[in-house]
Design a protein around this ligand. Structure first.
Ligand code: NAP
Length: 282
């Protein structure tokens, strides 16, 4: 197939590497000419340009820009694409994008490959990034079956595990397992650095080990991405945070009341149920 990729960063660049390896012709567009040159040099695309007209013959276009540019990109693309081109995006929030994109372009299906690294940009592109990772597709009742089929087939070729759900369900689910953890982990780091005794704080720095590494990892990630999650998935994230505050209050109450039995019951339950999540994400 003739495939277009708009936004040649970690995700766009990685998609290009694998789609080319599957035998597709891949043409890319990015904001900076230097990115386009690198994308060609590392074999992520056959051809690349800062000029969107290069995508005129694409049968499918993956939009891989940061979240805030996805809808403006579609507004640009629809002026040059034939009506038959299937558009899909890789944004990590779906409801606002799917709503806006579907009203602009009939052949649109939202997507979210749940794979990544801490790095960004074309230099961070990796082969096989999506193998055995979840790739969520969020068709609506109005999404043409042919668009679902075309994108599903490409996602299968990437070696991903496909999940289908409504955009709102996707956003609620990722709020629990991705966006809430970022805010909780950030709050953990922010709380620790509030320690007022300089010596105790320094001791804590020295003693921090694997437990703190695990629980602080996502809170120490890219601040721009964290803000994007909050901005675009605001309603679902607020609900998750409010539930989290409720659970935290419950634990505070139990400790204040020295109710060790009920605290142990909660910890037994969380120990048991963690495996539901960990088994799913592998
Ligand atoms: P990234 O590495 O920063 O890449 C984004 C690329 O988009 C940049 O390299 C930039 O290219 C290009 N770009 C930015 N603004 C543009 C514009 N106005 N027009 C054209 N190109 C533009 O980011 P990413 O991690 O690949 O994320 C891209 C998308 O994937 C986001 O929507 C994100 O939600 C989603 N996603 C990310 C992950 C993850 O873990 N990182 C996972 C799943 C989904 P130039 O170099 O040319 O400026």
């Amino acid at each position: 197939m003739n495939i277009g990729i708009f936004g040649l960063g970690l995700i766009g660049g990685s998609l290009g590497l694998d789609l080319r390896a599957c035998g597709h012709r891949v043409v890319g567009v990015s904001r900076r000419a230097s990115t386009c040159q690198t994308a060609v040099a590392i074999g992520s695309v056959d051809q690349a340009s800062v000029d969107i007209n290069i995508l005129g013959a694409a049968e499918v276009v993956f939009i891989c820009t940061p979240l805030g540019f996805i809808v403006p990109t579609i507004q640009q693309l629809i002026t040059i694409l034939p009506k038959t081109t299937v558009l899909t995006d890789v944004g990590s929030v779906k409801t606002p994008i799917v709503e806006a994109a579907s009203s602009l372009w009939h052949n649109f299906i939202g997507g979210h490959p749940m794979a990544g690294t801490a790095d960004s940009g074309i230099e961070a592109a990796l082969k096989n990034l999506f193998v055995q990772r979840p790739y969520v597709l969020t068709p609506t009742p109005a999404t043409p079956t042919s668009s679902i089929e075309v994108v599903s087939e490409l996602v299968k070729q990437l070696g991903s595990n496909i999940y289908y759900c409504a955009p709102e369900q996707h956003d609620r689910a990722v709020s629990w397992i991705s966006h809430l953890p970022v805010m909780v982990s950030a709050s953990l780091i922010a709380s620790c650095i509030e320690e007022t005794d300089e010596q105790v704080l320094k001791l804590a720095y020295s003693l921090a080990s694997s437990g703190f590494r695990d629980t602080s990892r996502v809170g120490g990630g890219n601040p721009e991405l964290g803000v994007m999650m909050a901005k675009y998935n605001r309603a679902a994230l607020l609900k998750s945070l409010q539930q989290y505050r409720h659970n935290l209050d419950e634990i505070i109450n139990l400790i204040e009341q020295e109710n060790w039995q009920d605290l142990e019951e909660i910890l037994k339950l969380t120990k048991q149920r963690r495996h539901n999540f960990v088994d799913i994400i592998g």
